[in-house]
Write a protein that binds this ligand. Sequence first.
Ligand code: 3HC
Length: 322
Amino acid sequence: MANLTKEELFQAKIDAEIKIEPKDWMPEAYRKTLIRQISQHAHSEIIGMLPEGNWISRAPSLRRKVALLAKVQDEAGHGLYLYSAAETLGVDRADLMNDLVTGKAKYSSIFNYPTLTWADMGAIGWLVDGAAIMNQVPLCRCSYGPYARAMVRVCKEESFHQRQGYEIMMTLSNGTPEQKAMAQDALNRWWWPSIMMFGPSDADSSHSAQSMAWKIKRFSNDELRQRFVDATVSQAEYLGLTLPDKDLKWNEERGSYDFGAIDWDEFWNVVKGNGPCNRQRIKARQKAEENGKWVKEAAMAYAEKRRKRQQKIKTQEAAKAA
Ligand code: 3HC
C-alpha cells in the first residue's frame, strides 16, 4: 500500500466499498461530478414541485389534496437534503440556486411537461416517482457517504409517492368511461418522457463509465430503464390501460420486454431548454426567489443578531472569569 499514489489509494477504497466522506481526499474530477449530479438532482426535486403544485388547489377531495400536499412538501425536503449533501463538497447553496434560476443548471427533463388533468397526478406518482425509485435505490449504495445516506430517507418517501399515484390511476381506471379515458390519456403523455428520465442511451452517456468506476452509478442508464419497463408493464395491464408503444413485446430469450425507439431529438430538445414548460418552470423559480428574498434576509439578520448576542455573553463571562 505504501507506494500507491493518492489516486490509486482512493480507487482501492472505492473498490473495497469504503464510503468516501467529506473530509477524505478525493480526485477533483470525483468532487466535480458529484457536485454536478447532486445539484441537478436537488434542482429536479424543487422544480418537480411545480407540475404537481398546480393541482393542489384543484384536487377532487380533501383526502387527495392532503396526500398531494404531503408529496409536494416531501419533494421540497428532498431538495434541501440534496443541497446539504452538495454543500459538503464545498459549494455554496446560493450559487447552486443562482445556476438554476439563470437557466445554467440542468434538472430532470420530465418536469418540463404540462399537467393537464387530475389523472396526471396519478401518472406522475406512478411513473415518474416509480422511475425515480428505480434510479435512486442504487444511489443508496453510492460511494459518497452524504449522498448515499440522503437517498435512504428519500427512497422511503418515494415509495409513498408511487403508491398514492398508482391508487389515483386505479380509482380512475375503475371509474366511469370518461375517468378511464382520462387515465389512458395521461399514460399516453407521460410514458415516453418517464423512460427518458433515465438519461441518454449508454452509448451516448458521457459520464456513465467513470461514474460506474467510482461507484456513484451502480447500473447504467439502459439497465435501469429496462428494469423500469419490465416492472411497469404488468402494472399497466392490471389497470386495464395500454402502454403507448406498439413495439412493446415480451422477449422470452432476454427475459425482458423489447420496446420501441425513444425519440432522442425530443429528449435533447427538452434538455436544451425547448420543452413545453422549460421557460415557465424557470420563471416560477425566479419569482419564488424574488418573493422569498425578504424571508432569507430576515432569517440572516436574526441569525446575525443572535450570533452577536452570544458573542457578547461569551465576552462578559470571560471578563467575569478573569
Ligand atoms: N434530464 C436532464 N438532463 C439529463 C437527463 C434528464 N433526464 N439525463 C441525463 N441528462 C444530462 C446529464 O446531466 C448530462 O449532462 P451534464 O454533463 O451537463 O450534466 C448529460 O445529459 C449526459 O448524461 P449522462 O447519462 O452521461 O449523465 P449522468 O451520468 O449524470 O446520468 C442521471 C444521468 C441518470 C439522471 C444521473 O445524473 C442520476 O442518476 N442523477 C440522480 C437522480 C436524478 O436526478 N433523478 C431524476 C430526477 S429526481 C426525481 O425524479 C424526483 C422525484 O421525487 C419525482
